[in-house]
Design a protein around this ligand. Sequence first.
Ligand code: WT7
Length: 632
Amino acid sequence: MSEQNRSSEVLLKVQEKYFPPEEIVKRAWIKDYEKLYAESIRDRESFWAKVAEELHWFRKWDKVLEWNFPYAKWFVGGKTNITYNCLDRHVQNGRRNKVAYIYLDEDNNERKITYGELLELVCRIANGLKSLGLKKGDRVSIYMPNTIEAVATMLACARIGVIHSVVFAGFSEGALRTRIEDAKAKVVFTATYTKRRGKKVELLPTVKKAIEGLDFVEKVVVWDRDSEGIKEGEKFVDFYELVKTSKPYCEPEEMDAEDPLFILYTSGTTGKPKGVLHTTGGYMVQTYFTSKVVFDLHEDDIYWCTADIGWITGHSYIVYGILANGVTSLLVEGAPDYPDPGRWWSYVEKYRVNVFYTAPTAIRMFMRYGEEWPAKYDLSSLRILGSVGEPINPEAWHWYYKHIGGERCVIVDTWWQTETGSHMITTVPSYPAKPGKAGKPMFTVEVDVVDKDGNPLPPNTVGFLVIKTPWPSMLRTCWGEPERYEKYWKTIEGVYFAGDLASIDEEGYVMILGRADDVINVAGHRIGTMEVESALVDHPSVAEAAVIGKPHEVKGESIKAFVILRKGVEPSEKLVEELKDHVKKVLGPIAVPEEIEFVEKLPKTRSGKIMRRVLKAKELGLDVGDVSTLED
Ligand code: WT7
């Protein structure tokens, strides 16, 4: 959502405070946020050391933090394996037969897998990876639907130190190819298809096109969902054949705390997507801890995060942080409102879900369907409701609170990013929340709102959100592009630049106003304007393109493109559709512009940079601002 979107009127309204019910405070892991926060700031390293001690290490760290600006090392010298902490630790401590995931497809077919069974599946895939010649440090791309097979494949990589790069299965061949190529993945995991709205969405043909001519891709492992037989030739391996023929136990690789765990691509202001690199120890410790205290997870909880494993939310809060806590989760494939808008709420009722984590865009979609849908189901098991991905407008907050939470639940509005790896700003369940404000910094995290020179701004003033000190689950670099990594710490010298606009009130509650850069947040997904522009210019009829985000009632923002056609090409409705199709084919449905306008000229600076800010202001009927650098 843009700054213009949230007027001063909204700012004023966002003053109410909601205190948590007593039962929630009573069972909460964190009872006194203020006290613990103050302690954590006084001694950051002891704080994280204490958390890390709750997990298993083959060798203890020598030093908690080594900060060599802008490079951090956490738990230096420590040896661990994240899958040991997510699986073996539980299997050895009485949770062997506890359900790890309840998977559901759109036809409500259910498959449960216990911690013991998941460990075996992960080990078999890991041994399969070894038999394909993969070893520690190699990369594997995972282009699979939101299923147990996909989660197990991620964990199998982590088991043996192979770096996974999950690519959201809603992306198309161009986006997939860029990511496979950049990571130089030796093996790609996929499935024959995923199902959405009752229809098969083929994945294997997309992979085949995406890897054309990429000789470094040695194998493609295919989960053949209808057992039709994989007839694609030598490069292609059957997933369950590999599982069946591999041994059921695989020793966990002793990983250094700073050994890479995964790459996850995300959009930036310029250029191609960046490969955000996360490492083992710090990421494990902080995702474990935030899962535990923000969702207040206890032994018998049923937890459900509605994200897809293709995003960081899925990595941290479906897979790693959640499994590390040993709870039972739902894992759901397909559309939220198919076959009808009661689908999600029927699962909350049936499985007695206690903690539910979703995105504002989903809430706004359900608001439109009407409260009669959730009202049909018994949602009384819910205790904690989470929000993530974009600012939650107070209206959606109140609807979520009332119609999903029955005015008994706590809402945690978690602000974080692919780069931060885990929650950075939120209120913990025992602490009062303010609708529309993410809340307070997590333990040891120091945030501020500053001007472009780094000067702190007074309360309730909008500026740039920065993080002042390193944290365990921070990104370590951008894959193959250290200069892009360093830019996070050098845009405003010395602090981490989040790329968001924010303000902080007198009580220290942070309110996020949206991106400060040319990144569009469509339904909680980050789309770079450059990526969409490149996809458009890739079409033979297009000479130039500029893309902006516009406020959208349900999606937060939608994409609008301004296109200059090549000489001799006539604008038409048909061409609009053709261009949309083209973007869909190259990048995927989420990146398709809602509107395309043909223009003769684009506002540019004298150095030739498109001034998207000017386009946006004109589109929204706002003051165009300083245009002294405009070419004409
Ligand atoms: C961007 C990060 C973190 C997982 C999902 C997105 C926006 C995220 C919130 C929130 C306001 C939020 C920010 C941020 N964002 N959570 N609770 N309130 N804005 O991860 O794709 O890396 O995007 O999402 O703009 O910078 P991502």
